[in-house]
Design a protein around this ligand. Structure first.
Ligand SMILES: *[C@@H]1O[C@H](CO)[C@@H](O)[C@H](O)[C@H]1NC(C)=O
Ligand SMILES: *[C@@H]1O[C@H](CO)[C@@H](O)[C@H](O)[C@H]1NC(C)=O
Ligand SMILES: [Mg+2]
Length: 258
């Protein structure tokens, strides 16, 4: 009897304060999955572990989180997470005195461009099933991949500030034409330099972090000052010559190793 009264008083107090709402996510409510269950709580933790670079070298999204990752990627939460990062980058640039060779490095996939519709297909299932190289490049070659809105906003701001733009991606340079057409289609029309991975790079063992480090070093040797670097993979932002500041966008769908 006493316990029951105490319980209802507790609920009444909780419901009558805004604190109640702040506590909800702790109980798994209001999460991207929208359902309170141990899977959602685990998948929230897994995603945080991925974003903090604590969970590395994973090849597929855990089976129990397939649904969760899909819901997150399609949710306003993902869009908002990206917006907050882009706004922080804009705030950083706004506080700088821009010099003539100041340069910003953008990764392409899941950074400048969003392949969400590709990853939403049943046979890829938001990274819970292995992606096929051929179908991915077919998709790239459509040259109709939309911009990630947050990245386009940052790009336009940088163009206005006369910062030089480099799109740097470890994806194949056989898609150079398609990428250029795609940038135009997606609204990246203020100029840029494009660096993709060639067969020679590939044969020289340049992949992931190593490839990007070498290319950024070459940029710096040509007098570029990398004031910022944004990507969805830790391997976009680690290694050498990473730039004065780095910005990590979320990506719980796949992991590109060093
Ligand atoms: C629990 O959450 C996971 C991840 O969002 C979801 O896949 C699963 O269907 C949920 N289970 C129930 C019983 O709601
Ligand atoms: C910018 O780069 C150009 C071309 O490499 C170089 O000639 C120039 O001196 C650089 N400017 C500054 C301020 O470093
Ligand atoms: Mg990427």
């Amino acid at each position: 009897m006493g316990a029951k009264v105490l319980f209802f008083s507790f609920l009444a107090i909780m419901a009558s304060t805004t604190q109640f709402h702040h506590l909800m996510p702790l109980w798994g409510w209001g999460t991207p999955g929208g359902v309170s269950n141990t899977s959602t709580i685990f998948c929230d933790s897994w995603r945080l572990g991925v974003e903090m670079n604590n969970i590395r070298d994973w090849s597929l999204v855990p089976k129990t989180c397939a649904d969760y990752v899909g819901k997150y990627m399609k949710s306003d939460q993902y869009g908002s997470d990206c917006d907050v990062i882009a706004d922080e980058a804009i705030k950083y640039v706004d506080g700088l005195q821009i010099a003539e060779n100041d340069t910003w490095v953008f990764d392409i996939d899941e950074t400048a461009l969003s392949n969400l519709d590709y990853y939403a297909q049943d046979d890829v299932a938001f990274g819970s099933k292995p992606r096929d190289r051929d179908t991915f490049y077919e998709w790239v070659n459509t040259a109709k991949v939309p911009a990630l809105p947050a990245a386009l906003k940052l790009y336009n701001f940088l163009i206005e500030k006369k910062v030089k733009i480099v799109f740097l991606s470890g994806s194949a340079d056989s898609a150079t034409d398609a990428r250029n057409r795609n940038f135009k289609y997606a609204g990246y029309t203020g100029g840029y330099q494009l660096i993709l991975r060639s067969i020679e790079d590939y044969n020289n063992g340049l992949s992931g972090e190593k490839f990007k480090s070498v290319k950024r070093k070459e940029l710096e040797e040509k007098n570029h000052i990398i004031i910022g670097n944004i990507g969805d993979q830790w391997s976009d932002l680690s290694g050498t010559n990473v730039g004065k500041r780095t910005f990590k966008l979320p990506n719980p769908m796949y992991y590109i190793s060093k």
